[in-house]
Write a protein that binds this ligand. Structure first.
Ligand code: OSB
Ligand code: MG
Length: 370
């Protein structure tokens, strides 16, 4: 039996509230969904590349191109095709982790459905509820941000992550700590600073942050290690960690004390598991980051976050935090304790709603076994 059909769809979903980071403001998300068909079973994956090359160099257009011309032809080549086969075969191409990661996710969903097991059991997960945090973007005013934090805390989120950038950092943390002295708080700069800002960044030590995420640009492990030596607050790397190899270098250089694992950024589950295992061995805790995914990508993330070395609340929030109507049923919901239940059905364990997908689709292309 062979994989006989792969569908790529470009979707657009409006956010319920704009999302702003040091990289800019977005009102909607454009992303690619992948559906793989095999023997009457369907596997779904989500490509987290965005419309613009700001968080990463990848875009929805580059991902479409490399999927169509390079990665999809690989899955038609062999009769049995597991996610591990794909990981191995796709290694002959460089880069484009989000494109390859999205396709690998669809293969994992298929694998879980073939084996009639939820993915978390296949990955070796150890929990069925995931501690949930929320990432709160930059707002038009401090008071609006404080209000949003208040309402997310009411909903049960265990920790708040704020986005910072030069001039939206120290005073902001002072205001937040004045109003919420004891909450679990962390900050993410998405690479907005440089070593010239060292004195400002060191002032963040006053605010008892759980961690400071990605102060410097992605390709800057060395400067992160210099900063970490002078800061008490643990640094966490997001954009910088592209593979288990970069994780090892970051560890050896002392560039961070915590790693944010995003499946898309590292090119799929196989690589994410390697990073998880390496970090566990080195006693470097990890947590699961998000890219404002639809419920399909979010469900995949939930399964990954069941692994034992995921030690902090994750950027895994309820469907309604992002979208008025998610693409899946049931929607992702948060409990009053700030946790999310891991879906128990086979594969990703949630049901993509084809009518909603169709409504959000801008373009679609179907590839068949020839
Ligand atoms: O840096 O973690 C980030 C969203 C898009 C791109 C980068 C990041 C984020 C988030 C949101 O912080 C995380 C989420 O809730 O999905
Ligand atoms: Mg981040």
């Amino acid at each position: 039996m062979r994989i006989d059909r792969v569908e790529l769809s470009l979707l657009k979903l409006p956010y319920v509230h704009f999302f702003e980071t040091s990289l800019g403001r977005d009102e909607e998300r454009e992303f690619i969904l992948i559906k793989i068909c095999f023997d009457g079973i369907f596997g779904y994956g989500e490509v987290v590349a965005e419309k613009d090359p700001s968080y990463s160099y990848e875009t929805t257009s580059t991902a479409w191109h490399v999927l169509k011309d390079f990665f999809i032809p690989l899955v038609f080549k062999k009769s049995i095709f597991s996610p591990h086969d794909f990981y191995r075969e796709a290694k002959k191409y460089r880069g484009h982790p989000m494109a390859r990661g999205g396709l690998e996710l669809a293969l994992w969903d298929l694998e879980g459905k073939k084996k009639e097991k939820p993915l978390w059991k296949i990955y070796g997960g150890v929990r069925t509820e995931i501690p949930s945090g929320v990432s709160v973007g930059i707002q038009d005013s401090v008071s609006e941000l404080l209000e949003r934090i208040h309402s997310f805390l009411q909903e049960g989120y265990q920790r708040i992550k704020i986005k910072i950038k030069p001039e939206w950092d120290i005073l902001l943390c002072q205001d937040i700590r004045k109003k919420f002295p004891d909450i679990i708080l962390q900050a993410d700069a998405n690479g907005a600073y440089s070593l010239d800002d060292k004195d400002t960044l060191k002032k963040l030590d006053e605010f008892n942050l759980l961690m400071l995420e990605q102060p410097f640009p992605p390709y800057d492990l060395w400067d992160h290690s210099r900063l970490q030596k002078e800061m008490k607050t643990p640094l966490c790397l997001d954009e910088s960690i592209l593979s288990v190899e970069t994780a090892r270098k970051a560890y050896e250089m002392g560039s961070c004390q915590i790693i944010n694992i995003k499946v898309g950024r590292v090119g799929g589950i196989v690589e994410a598991l390697k990073i998880h295992d390496f970090c566990q061995e080195k006693k470097l805790p990890v947590w699961c980051g998000g890219m404002l995914e639809s419920g399909i990508g979010r469900a995949h993330n939930l399964h990954l976050a069941t692994l034992p070395n995921f030690k902090f609340p994750n950027d895994l929030s309820a469907s309604k935090r992002y979208y008025a109507q998610d693409l899946i049923e049931p929607p992702v919901e948060i409990s009053s304790q700030g946790t999310i239940k891991v879906p128990g059905m086979p594969g990703i364990g949630v049901f993509p709603q084809e009518n909603r997908i169709k409504k959000a689709t801008l373009k679609k292309e179907v590839f068949k076994l020839s």
